[in-house]
Ligand binder design. Structure first.
Ligand code: NAD
Length: 354
């Protein structure tokens, strides 16, 4: 097993990165975590209040595309592992502005890889691993049957997934060309606490609570596989410690839902909790023009990580979604903070004409 003493987590103030740090730090005493995050609209230090005073935690404000900063951090902190979450992550934003996605997701990853390779190749550290956190969206879209395996060809359809696929190929190339010890994980849709309310589940919760329409793309029958973010965090830890460098590991929940069914479930669970007649919130559902290039179905075959590394999700969806809704209800202050300002302007632009 690979047990790193210092990990550089990039993008650790975002949804999955923050959940990862909140889980990983207490679970791995003896391991320091350096969080490098640019704090874009999606990054929020309030996601990390549980660990901010932990002696083994340090936050650094900066860009993964800043080679001198990254190079300095790797050496100064004697980093033994990099886990790269930093990205522009929202498909709709990639459609209205693809350039930033290429800059952060492709060029940013390139800088991180190159600085990491230099640091690794000096031989001043005993051990090193790089883990790229990627997505099932790089595989494109499925019909009604079948699953994505690690051998499925990349066929990205959105500027977001294309930029993630580009990054994955660079990571692969660094392993093939330089023998650089890199691993890739590709996970399905995550849900859980601290998810920015532009994504499906928190958006629907927020809009029900504020009495706004619930925008559902197209016919609502696009299918996604949903995994609790803590299960994803544990899968990443498992691959970092036990995975084989040069390999890709798919991560999924075997939990497929049509978008409309998820929205209705969220509505009904909220109605119960708010003491409203069940069915009330569903009236807010509004079908809107489909997202261009909208992938129909994603489904992950997570057999490899299960067989090789023994990972399986711990959460049932029933428990995970109930806990998530309760978290949002109990953390309305957090929601208010992240939905003010820039996000509000974006939301108005995005949905004003629908
Ligand atoms: P997010 O948008 O919530 O967080 C991204 C974080 O990266 C933010 O904290 C942001 O400030 C930071 N960041 C952006 N550009 C940066 C830069 N140039 N330098 C340093 N930090 C920067 O995203 P997320 O949902 O937490 O996703 C994290 C990663 O997991 C992404 O790489 C994404 O592609 C991948 N992923 C997400 C999902 C999902 O369902 N959300 C599923 C599979 C994979």
């Amino acid at each position: 097993q690979f047990i790193p003493r210092t990990v550089l987590v990039t993008g650790g103030a975002g949804f999955i990165g923050a959940n990862f740090i909140n889980y990983f730090l207490p679970a791995n005493p003896g391991c320091r975590v350096i969080n490098l995050d640019l704090l874009t609209y999606a990054g929020n230090l309030k996601n990390l209040t549980a660990v901010e005073n932990h002696p083994a935690y340090r936050f650094v404000h900066g860009d993964i595309g800043d080679a001198s900063l990254v190079g300095r951090l790797l050496v100064e902190e004697r980093i033994e592992a990099v886990v790269n979450f930093a990205a522009e992550s929202h498909v709709d934003r990639s459609i209205s502005g693809p350039e930033l996605f290429v800059r952060t997701n492709v060029l940013g990853t390139q800088v991180l890889l190159e600085e990491s390779r230099r640091h690794w190749s000096t031989g001043t550290i005993e051990q090193f691993r790089y883990l790229q956190v990627s997505t099932d969206e790089v595989y494109g879209s499925l019909g009604a049957n079948g699953f994505f395996t690690e051998e499925t060809p990349l066929a990205a359809n959105s500027p977001y997934s294309a930029s993630k696929a580009g990054a994955d190929l660079l990571v692969r190339a660094y392993h093939e060309t330089y023998g650089f010890p890199a691993l890739i994980t590709r996970c399905s849709n995550n849900y859980g606490p601290y998810q920015f309310p532009e994504k499906l589940i928190p958006l629907m919760i927020h809009n029900v609570l504020t009495g706004r329409p619930l925008p559902v793309y197209g016919d609502g029958k696009n299918v996604r596989d949903w995994l609790h973010v803590k299960d994803h965090s544990q899968a990443i830890e498992t691959v970092l410690k036990g995975g084989r460098p040069g390999q890709v590991y798919n991560i999924g929940g075997n939990n497929e839902w049509q978008n409309i069914a998820i929205v209705q479930l969220v509505c009904d669970l909220l109605d119960e909790r708010l003491g409203r007649p069940v069915g009330e919130s569903r009236k807010l559902v509004t079908f809107v023009a489909d997202r261009p290039g909208h992938d129909r179905r994603y489904a992950i075959d997570a057999g490899k990580i299960h067989r090789e590394l023994g990972w399986a999700p711990a959460y049932t969806f029933e428990r995970g979604i109930a806990e998530t809704i309760d978290w949002y209800l109990a953390n309305q202050e957090w929601v208010a903070a992240v939905t003010s300002g820039a996000y509000r302007e974006y939301y108005v632009r995005q949905y004003a004409d629908r």
